[in-house]
Design a binder for this molecule. Sequence first.
Ligand code: F6R
Length: 647
Amino acid sequence: MCGIIGYVGDQSALDVALGGLRRLEYRGYDSSGVAVVGAGALRTVRRAGKLANLEKLLSEGPERDPMPGTTGMGHTRWATHGGPTDQNAHPHTDCTGAIAVIHNGIIENFAALRAELEGIGHELTSETDTEVVAHLLEVELGNAAAAQAGAVPEDVAPGGPAASGAAGVPVAQHPLTAALRRVCRRLEGAFTLVVLHRDFPEVVLGARRNSPLVVGIGQGETFLASDVSAFIAHTREAMEIGQDQIVEARRDGVTVTDFAGEIVEGRRYHVDWDASAAEKGGYPYFMLKEINEQPTALADTLRGRLSADGAIVLDEERLSAQDFRDVDKVFIVACGTAYHAGLIAKYAVEHWTRLPCEVEMASEFRYRDPVLDRSTLVIAISQSGETLDTLMAVKHAREQKARVLAICNTNGSTIPRESDAVLYTRCGPEVGVASTKTFLGQVAACLLVGLYLAQVRGVLYGDEVAAYVERLQRMPDLVGRTLHRLEPIRELARGLADAKAVLFLGRHVGYPVALEGALKLKELAYMHAEGFPAGELKHGPIALIEPGLPVIVVVPSPRGRAHLHGKVVSNIQEVRARGARTIVIAEDGDVAVEPYADHLIRVPATSSLFAPLVTTLPLQVFACELALARGLDVDQPRNLAKSVTVE
Ligand code: F6R
């Protein structure tokens, strides 16, 4: 939510910022802006609407003068405070125009801070919470300058060189860093901030609390960004920035301190994918590319998960086998599509481990005061690793002493860092706002966690676990084969572009698949879409059925629990009897559904718990194709952002 890039080096900061914003635009696309320090000036340009509007302004409008300078930053916004106007677009500046700030998150106490600033004569020109930071910095730098005439304030060595020192040692730092530290201590809420100053072209600063910030370390250049995709074209060497920390980036490196001013060590890591992974690769939309990448994403997630002695391998495990054996209940917390992956996991976890497993929307979790203790395992699922609702649920769980295992697609992100164990979905970058390949990765990862629990608790024998993993590792091939036979659903979707609503039905693991199909259609095609448990329909929602209403039914395997299949077939008949147009997703060889399917979409047969890995695919393709037929942008649906870093 909001994309941020900061740069200091030898290249044109404007070019680097715009290049980074093109890769970050999926995070928010209400408005964008850039700021560059050079030739003794700070220039900012910002524009409402998509990045293309800003680029047009920079190339054709009155702002087309070159913006010289090799220190700069860029921002692409998902509006929280104040609408998506030019005035509210970032960067925001102070009264003197010397300081520029970009921000991701929400500063919860901004109203009080704004009143205080206005009370001492500052003029704020936007409706944003961000602008207060620029003015608070102005105040702090003014105070420091005044104090310099007398005593040196607390943690400032004005104009001094960038600090160096050992971890844990308080050091004197750049005056802008010291001022930012004092400002950050006053802020409540969630923020990533990047700050530039006209008089300090040698530094660009970043600060973070509950919001993402990574550093890219190049040769004679340094980047700050919301995620590595912003600088991956320049460097694959990255550094994590921890909670409540400030990074002072210079050409020759960085100094990281906490909000108390002590030096801390950032964890460095190598990004194991390159710029081409975050490009469209010949597809018109990222979403189409990512749908087709699912066999590889799934295979990569599953690769190497079984050790030579037959044990399942997680990525980072800060818990002992005994901790897992002590688990007596499991909670899964997640949002949106990740929540649907969690709903699927529940069936597998309970079936394999015989532990009770509850699935909770992360945004609701801590408010209902769940019963958690040392023997509770909380599984947090998040593609981005930054979703604030999920992060807050993780923190709440840990405060209650529960163990937390993260399933995440983004190395170095906050949720894995805050957790006791991690299993990464190795799906590569997902740029399309609607999750597709990472959903499959999440389902597979959840199944692995279920097997892992069953293994350490001794509920399944080693050879049983190995047999499941081997079957799971055959799924990428089945996913690939399913993707090759989805032309009928594409054609059907194009024909339904004018439909008013679509209902989705499923039972058992088919129910979360139905929910996921409905979510995809809502967010991409802006259509009314609902997913229901097929059996629940007759308790009310069946009143929605009217002649011609498309109803998509996800049918369980007839080779699974026989009564489950039979009941869904009856449910298809019930809606058809009331005039619905039935679109039936059923496995090869399931002849029982044929008389009741107005449209029959075949998928390969697989075992019940693995079925969502194939039954979801036609629903993704359906939503994508229908949205395209409506002329919509499937990569950047309205009002959405890829990474939701506000609660
Ligand atoms: C829908 C979608 C969202 C995300 C949700 C959680 O297609 O992508 O519903 O699943 O915002 O995001 P992560 O997984 O990053 O925590």
